[in-house]
Design a protein around this ligand. Structure first.
Ligand SMILES: C[S@@+](CC[C@H](N)C(=O)[O-])C[C@H]1O[C@@H](n2cnc3c(N)ncnc32)[C@H](O)[C@@H]1O
Length: 277
């Protein structure tokens, strides 16, 4: 449910868990983009993205959504892609890039027709305040699109070479979620976004969700492997052994293994008022 309680400022130990600039982040961002871009593109399609529209892509990561936005809005439109880490972002034509911390800095402008944030607010302890700030940076008639994984349901194993393999998958993926929580992530936030958009005064709020099976060896399931590499020191601190992590990564390449993905939840709402002609 939406809350009016102000969130406290950043506490130590609540920084973003992954290193976007690390070599392991490249396959991680590619896997996310391959799985999610087709869904996101559909959610951002006209009437949201159209020639001349001004967009802000928050926590742009590898930049695929920002580049798709820039192509859709054309030379009369403008896209600003921001992130804490600009390693994978390059300005080009109508696409501007700026280092920006959405937790701690005011918006890098206002009057945006489309603002999109995917898998960003989930990680931020101040997510509710940030969502209100994003809503406040919209032009009349502008859209805010917030997309997150709902990590509350256990990842259902569909086929596995053994019961022990299925248990190991659950053990490692649970440990990774605990680490994300310890960095300030809210695993259930995806379920709250719809109500938070409405509470921010937005109208025409709607939500869709998507999940699918991921087979061993697929790009989607490789996300767990790259996440496990990025979080390896903390997984070892949590009591997992190097042998267990190796076995987990072998399992992710095993064509006899399959599990359901996280539920991807896409919510959007519109600021009242007529959109710019
Ligand atoms: C899981 S990645 C998602 C990247 C991209 N949105 C996507 O879905 O492909 C999260 C992104 O949010 C960025 N990020 C994390 N904390 C941030 C903050 N406080 N301000 C701006 N960006 C942040 C990270 O650097 C990373 O690029």
């Amino acid at each position: 449910m939406p809350t009016d309680v102000p969130e406290t400022e950043s506490a130590p130990g609540t920084d973003y868990a992954f290193d976007t600039g690390a070599a392991d982040a490249v396959p991680q961002l590619h896997a996310l983009e391959a799985f999610l871009d087709p869904i996101t593109t559909g959610r951002l399609a006209a009437p949201l993205l159209a020639p001349g529209v001004r967009c802000w892509e928050v926590g742009a990561g590898g930049g695929s959504v920002a580049r798709a936005m820039a192509a859709a809005v054309g030379p009369t439109g403008r896209v600003l892609a921001t992130d804490l880490d600009l390693t994978h972002l390059r300005p080009a034509g109508n696409l501007d890039v700026r280092r920006h911390d959405v937790r701690r800095e005011p918006p890098p402008g206002d009057g945006f027709d489309v603002i999109h944030a995917r898998l960003v607010l989930l990680h931020l302890p101040e997510r509710r305040r940030v969502l209100r700030t994003l809503a406040g940076a919209l032009a009349p008639g502008g859209w805010l699109v917030v997309e997150e994984f709902d990590c509350t349901a256990p990842l259902r194993v569909l086929t596995a070479p053994s019961d022990d393999a299925a248990k190991l998958f659950a053990q490692v993926t649970d440990a990774m979620l605990s680490i994300l929580q310890s960095h300030g992530a809210d695993l259930a936030w995806a379920q709250d976004v719809h109500a938070e958009l409405a509470a921010a005064g937005l109208v025409d709020v709607d939500t869709v969700s998507h999940a699918q099976s991921w087979a061993g060896g697929s790009l989607g399931i490789s996300l767990y492997g790259t996440n496990s590499r990025q979080l390896e020191p903390e997984l070892l601190d949590a009591g997992l052994s190097p042998g267990q992590l190796d076995a987990f990564r072998r399992l992710l390449r095993d064509s006899g293994f399959a599990a359901m993905s996280y539920q991807f939840v896409s919510s959007r709402g519109r600021r009242r008022g007529p959109a710019r002609p």
